[in-house]
Ligand binder design. Structure first.
Ligand SMILES: [Zn+2]
Ligand SMILES: [Zn+2]
Length: 291
């Protein structure tokens, strides 16, 4: 049975206050491995390691890294990105099949020489830099955060080995595999899922990535700061689609990275359900198809 890795970093802010408590029931599953940055050295838990500076320098400029070091969030940032890097390594070693990575500070607004929007280091890009050293050649990043993943786009702009499918505020596509899909305000779950099916699935099949990274921002949920109108249950339906695609095209190698979103209730509702789908291939909470 394929294992699911949960990478739990230090966290700051309100939204993850119910974690790791809300993972109860998941952590006991025989096919779930829990990597903890705080208590990793005891009780058989695995240790979550911070990202190495050597790797940071392959993606980000020295000037930018030094600048992040002078913020109060540096330690959280290296553990957040470290979770994604370690997830990629553990999948490569065969210890786990897929992963959910908690982050204090997410990825997609961190570019090669800039950062903003509560993103400091780009965990997906750092994991890809490491996997390239190990001979992996094709990567897909799908981004359902409400906002454009400008940092990720900047890093891979001319890199045709990375297909970047970003659901945001504009339509765009180029010959390097960089695609934006416009999600207007007041998009229904059905409309969003239809776009995912029309754009992401055929591109993933044609591209044949060896890994899929999913920037899971939930800020497009109704009532969030990037509200596009979708319900919280839409995220579970997206999880099923993206996981089924990963199972089909890249042996299930899927890393879900927590990105934007501020509401504690949405995090507490969606994240355990997403992990349950990753670990079981089905939704143990019997989610209704719409609210
Ligand atoms: Zn966002
Ligand atoms: Zn975009």
């Amino acid at each position: 049975m394929k294992r699911t890795g949960i990478f739990f970093t230090y966290f700051q802010g309100e939204r993850l206050k119910d974690f790791p408590r809300s993972l109860q029931g998941l952590l006991d599953k025989p096919n779930v491995s829990y990597y903890d940055a705080v208590y990793g050295s005891r009780d058989g838990l695995f240790c979550l390691e911070p990202v190495a500076e050597r790797l940071l320098l392959k993606v980000h400029s020295r000037k930018m890294i030094e600048s992040v070091k002078h913020t109060e969030h540096y330690e959280s940032a290296v553990y957040s990105a470290g979770g994604t890097v370690q997830a990629a390594e553990e999948i490569l070693r065969g210890n786990i099949g897929n992963a959910f990575v908690f982050t204090s500070f997410g990825d997609h607004h961190a570019g090669s020489d800039f950062y903003h929007g509560m993103c400091y280091f780009n965990g997906a890009a750092l994991a890809i830099a490491l996997l390239k050293e190990k001979g992996i050649r094709r990567f897909l990043i799908v981004d359902t955060d409400s906002h454009h993943g400008d940092g990720t786009r900047d890093i891979f702009r001319r890199d045709a080995s990375v297909l970047h499918v970003c659901f945001c505020d504009q339509d765009y596509s180029d010959e390097y595999g960089k695609i934006d899909v416009e999600i207007p305000y007041r998009t229904s779950d059905e409309e969003y899922l239809a776009k995912m099916k029309q754009v992401f699935i055929p591109r993933a099949r044609a591209f044949k990535p060896e890994y899929i990274f999913w920037e899971y921002g939930y800020d497009a949920t109704r009532g969030e700061y990037g509200d596009k109108g979708i319900s919280r249950d839409c995220h579970m339906r997206l999880t099923k689609l993206i996981k089924a695609t990963a199972d089909e095209v890249c042996k299930g190698r899927l890393i879900v990275i927590l990105c934007g979103g501020s509401r504690r209730d949405v995090a507490t509702y969606t994240i355990p359900r997403i992990i349950a789908i990753l670990a079981e291939g089905e939704d143990r909470f019997q989610i209704a198809q719409s609210e």
